[in-house]
Design a binder for this molecule. Sequence first.
Ligand code: AMP
Length: 446
Amino acid sequence: MTFKALGIAEPILRAIDAEGYTSPTPIQQKAIPILLKGKDLLGVAQTGTGKTAAFGIPILDHLYRNGQTNENRGKRKIKALIVTPTRELAIQIGESITTYGKHTGLRNTVIFGGVKQGKQVNALRNGIDILIATPGRLLDLMNQGFISFQHLDYVVLDEADQMLDMGFIHDVRKIISKLPKQRQSLFFSATMPKAIVELSGQLLGDFDRVTIKPEQATAEKVTQGVYFVSKKNKPKLLIHLLHEKANDSVLVFSRTKHGANKIVKKLAQADIRSAAIHGNKSQTARQKALGAFKDGKLKVLVATDIAARGIDVEELSLVINFDLPNVPETYVHRIGRTGRASASGIALSFCDKEERPYLRDIEKLIKQQVPRMPEHQFVDEGENHAEDENQDRSPAKKAPASPNRNRNRNRNRNRNRNRNRNRNNTNGGKNTGNRNRGQSKKDGNS
Ligand code: AMP
């Protein structure tokens, strides 16, 4: 299937072609036709599936076509609202919408908390078609009278389960209650616990459901492995692996903010430069670290789950779970940071004794055993790492190769990637799909 076959307007086709998207991802194939028909949508899918384009393209398509026929104009009115839990995600969505809509003449802006509101208010005053917002700042500016939804046609609630986890559910309910009744509504969540089902009932009218199973994303694209290691030895193992993979961009996950800071400190002692992003860091510090990581200037980024929600790095080849998450779906989110869209990636996890139950929950969710990594030099004497109960179970997927073999594999992969890039360059200079490339301005964030 092609994007053209979905009946998308030509200026948008041109933009996604320039991004190097050759065919729609599964969620795009399923969701775009439903949305072009004007129906509400419940999308059970995580970041990394291409869901931003799945909702962004049909909204841009509608607004572009309507704008063409009504040559009314005057000041632009907000016609689409996208609510998402974190600043990083909001910025990322804003960048994608700008990219997909660059030939449509439509304007968007991004608003989020943690920064002064002046610039955001000015952008709203100047008039925009699409607003991307985090819930707290959105409600705040609505209450101050800076935002009118009188002309709103579309609302997207993105990462609803994360909104719940972050305590935004009441804000979100208030926001929904203030939207016009006549609208097309889209609701996305990676998981559907009871509170989220109830919230979707409040937002959606007559809807179609599209489910992209998380295990599809993990099992098919990401090579996984787990090291059994004591808490004490985790930093040593991390340093060892990072030395082995000195040229790779590596995202390290920590369960806590404090833990993330500690990891950065330990790495610095081993002369490995890294930065942490989490809720206690200023917005500027987070953007700076993320920018350096995306540009490849910083090879190691240490993140907590919430801060990592918006991270979309094309060249990210390795994710390391320094701690295993206690919510199994979070594991799927984490490893989905590598192996984006069609690329493949590696996710390695460190599991200490206390985390064994988390590992079991994860394996239950992804319906496969995470391959055990070979014995390593940092095994604690006191701990039994004799591959416990799983010794003779055959792995569902091949374990990642030893660090050296991985290095060769990565080298080959880079070689192939460069080869493809060169091929693309001679084929009219198409870029290979980095949505951030060629972005001169982040609306509302400048
Ligand atoms: P998302 O799930 O929206 O965060 O998208 C994940 C990544 O997939 C982003 O880097 C997008 O630029 C990329 N992407 C989205 N749709 C496609 C597509 N049809 N073909 C290739 N890459 C895509």
